[in-house]
Design a protein around this ligand. Structure first.
Ligand code: ADP
Ligand code: ZN
Length: 287
């Protein structure tokens, strides 16, 4: 049995799966304080005899094993979680191999193995929700360097009709500041899910996301880009993003047909938890 945790800012999804990757049991726990939340997480996993676990956590997180903050949640505004030794707390409870990565990396891994990027060696998973974040799998493995990538906080060219200052507390008008869900409401006074399809803000939105996808394509050349998150529930937005992507790329780089290359998730709402479970198995086999 393997255990998986998809740790989000609003909820923790915990699940156990058998060797055939079938999810046997799953719970959703609201994210409150670390102690309270983990108490419930442990109450769930204590019932099982696990071989390994995988954690995909909201970030930023410490992933450098040579540093003291390895396994920690770093600079998050989420109360009580900044500088919390998340991995250490779970390891103290369960002395088994535990894979540790970001929620979006876990989602990218899940999509590569079981979802929209099956059969590929590389993919990017981008979520557009309360924030914007991306996970990267290259050569079948999660990519990391001095830290995990922070691809939501890149700079994009401003849309000529957009004067909005941006919501990012660090950068103002980075991609997340200009194009995460809250920016839609800040510009229009209407929540993204209630905005009419023909509202001009969608062109602005598509312009920013398309630029991000071009930047990711030009730097990493993944085989597929997978889009998740609440805002991407807008089908027309996906079409607009593909159109803008092709237009702005201007034929420079040879890429697959946009409808094949830029796609919705193959594991709706489950990419992260499935990826965490698969990473648990991978960790077990490596140890
Ligand atoms: P989270 O990022 O917190 O996990 P979501 O991915 O649902 O959760 O993102 C929430 C954000 O996405 C909010 O800003 C919300 O207004 C927006 N959103 C949710 N559903 C939709 C939708 N169908 N269309 C457009 N925006 C949406
Ligand atoms: Zn930013």
């Amino acid at each position: 049995m393997y255990g998986g945790i998809e740790a989000g800012g609003t909820k923790f999804v915990c699940a156990v799966a058998n060797d055939q990757h079938e999810i046997m049991e799953k719970v959703s726990i609201p994210t409150t304080t670390p102690i309270e939340t983990l108490q419930q997480v442990f109450a769930f996993f204590d019932k099982f005899d696990l071989s390994a676990m995988g954690i995909g956590s909201f970030g930023p997180i410490g992933i450098d094993q040579t540093k003291d903050n390895y396994g920690y949640v770093l600079a998050t505004p989420k109360k009580g979680w900044a500088d919390f030794d998340f991995l250490g707390s779970v390891k103290a409870r369960y002395q088994i191999p535990i894979a540790w990565t970001t929620d979006v990396n876990a989602a990218a891994y899940g999509e590569l193995k079981k979802g929209a990027a099956q059969g590929k060696n590389s993919c990017i998973y981008l979520t557009v929700g309360t924030g914007i974040g991306a996970g990267v799998v290259l050569n079948q493995d999660i990519f990391s360097g001095i830290a995990h990538p922070e691809m939501g906080h890149i700079w994009v060219k401003r849309h000529p009709d957009d004067t909005y200052a941006g919501t990012c507390p660090y950068h103002g008008d980075c991609l997340e500041g200009l194009a995460a869900g809250p920016s839609l409401e800040a510009r229009t006074g209407i929540k993204g899910q209630d905005l009419p399809v023909d509202h001009p803000v969608w062109d602005i939105q598509a312009f920013y996301i398309a630029q991000a996808l071009i930047n990711y394509t030009l730097t990493l050349a993944p085989e597929k880009i997978i889009l998740g998150g609440g805002v991407m529930n807008q089908d027309h937005l996906l079409q607009k993003i593909r159109q803008q992507f092709v237009e702005l790329m201007a034929g420079y780089m040879e890429v697959p047909e946009a409808s094949e290359y830029i796609v919705r998730w193959g594991l709706p709402n489950e990419s992260g938890i499935i990826g965490s479970l698969l990473l648990a198995e991978k960790e077990y086999r490596q140890k």
